[in-house]
Design a protein around this ligand. Structure first.
Ligand SMILES: Cc1ncc(COP(=O)(O)O)c(C=O)c1O
Length: 366
């Protein structure tokens, strides 16, 4: 029987009730994880089970926590995506981990907004991003990074910064004038680059016709000679080549572009170098293949996805920008009187909301 809860207060406001309920939920999670290997990797949902969720009516009264847990157990939990299974090789999605599950619970227990402020989650994010930079060999001095929803948002953030940088170098400001305020920008990716980078270019007003798809060799790595030919041709045609995206692990084959050569070319041609290491970045920690990543540390911006190879629960991506002031220049939109400078005025760290698109932000660092 479905029990309803008509009390405006949650029955779980009572600490003992909360404790008992949470224990029940943890037992459910533990049993689920233990039984996963015995299940098929994936099962299609029976049509009725799909409809039950799709067409569930808006309840007129609240349900009790116990009823919600029962319904979760019978209507949701039996139909996972499959990525928790030891034999799941479908995509790059990592399986749930016990520590990640508990971290989500504890982060929600505090539920801060990491827009900014003087609270622990902010300092933990700074440390977490610095750790990620150190792991990836990215310079920490003068750089800045921010946790985002995933690789898509990380590349969008990096390329937005690149676009801002390019307009400044050319004596105008894309934030004031919009994407058509200067010469039409062109972006360079390889035929193996993840489509989310192209989506980012579309959103930034570059337009996918101005995304140059550079061929790869038989090893699926970007052909840098072809890249240079394309950059020169565009410059001669009065376009503004502004950024190159190198992949540190493509999703289809795991190929790592010749990052050092691309970094050299970017330096020679006044281009921003963005590395999409969302999927393969952590491979640099394996001494047997670390040499393949040479040049990744020369990126102007880099996208990495803790929710892939690092087994952090979805969603958690991260972007690093080598010149942290550029990231702030790209996203800060607060009146000067609330801008925070370290060691001045009310002090504290500048707000994360000045370094990315989001204002309210979750406690991803935990
Ligand atoms: C190489 C690469 N870049 C970017 C992405 C997009 O990342 P996200 O799904 O976290 O937005 C993926 C996702 O598979 C990827 O493999």
């Amino acid at each position: 029987m479905v029990e309803t809860n008509t009390n405006w207060r949650s029955e779980l406001d009572d600490p003992e009730a909360f404790r008992a309920f949470a224990h029940e939920a943890v037992d459910l999670a533990a049993d689920y994880l233990a039984a996963l290997p015995e299940r098929p990797v994936f099962q299609r949902m029976p049509p009725q089970a799909r409809m039950n969720l799709l067409e569930a009516p808006l309840p007129e009264t609240g349900l009790t926590a116990g009823t919600l847990l029962d319904r979760f157990q019978s209507e949701v939990m039996p139909y996972p995506m499959g990525n928790g299974h030891p034999r799941f090789f479908g995509w790059v999605n990592s399986p749930p981990t016990a520590i990640g599950i508990v971290a989500e619970l504890l982060a929600a227990t505090m539920s801060p907004s990491c827009a900014g402020g003087d609270h622990a989650a902010i300092y933990l994010e700074r440390a977490t991003v610095r750790w990620l930079m150190e792991l990836m060999g990215f310079p920490t001095e003068g750089s800045m990074g921010i946790l985002v929803s995933g690789g898509s948002m990380a590349s969008l953030t990096g390329l937005a910064t690149a676009r801002q940088w390019a307009s400044h170098r050319d004596g105008w400001n894309v934030r004031d004038d919009g994407a058509c305020g200067g010469a039409q920008m062109t972006l360079y990716v390889s035929s193996e680059t993840h489509t989310t980078v192209i989506k980012a270019a579309e959103l930034l007003g570059i337009g996918n016709r101005q995304v140059r798809i550079i061929p790869t060799g038989a090893d699926f790595r970007m052909d840098v000679a072809a890249l240079e030919t394309a950059v020169i041709a565009d410059r001669n045609a009065d376009y503004r080549p502004f950024a190159v995206v190198g992949s540190a692990g493509t999703v289809a084959t795991g190929a790592i572009d010749p990052l050092d050569d691309i970094a050299d070319l970017c330096a020679d041609h006044n281009l921003w170098f963005h590395v999409d290491a969302a999927y393969g970045g952590p491979g640099v920690l394996d001494a047997r293949v670390a040499h393949l990543y040479s040049g990744m540390d020369r990126a102007d911006s880099l996208a990495i996805d803790p929710h892939k190879w690092l087994s952090v629960p979805v969603e958690c991506g991260c972007v690093f920008v080598r010149d942290g002031t550029l990231l702030r220049q790209t996203f800060s939109l607060v009146p000067p009187y609330v801008q925070v400078e370290e060691g001045k005025g009310i002090g504290g760290l500048p707000w994360y909301a000045e370094y990315g698109f989001q204002q309210s932000r979750g406690f991803r660092a935990l």
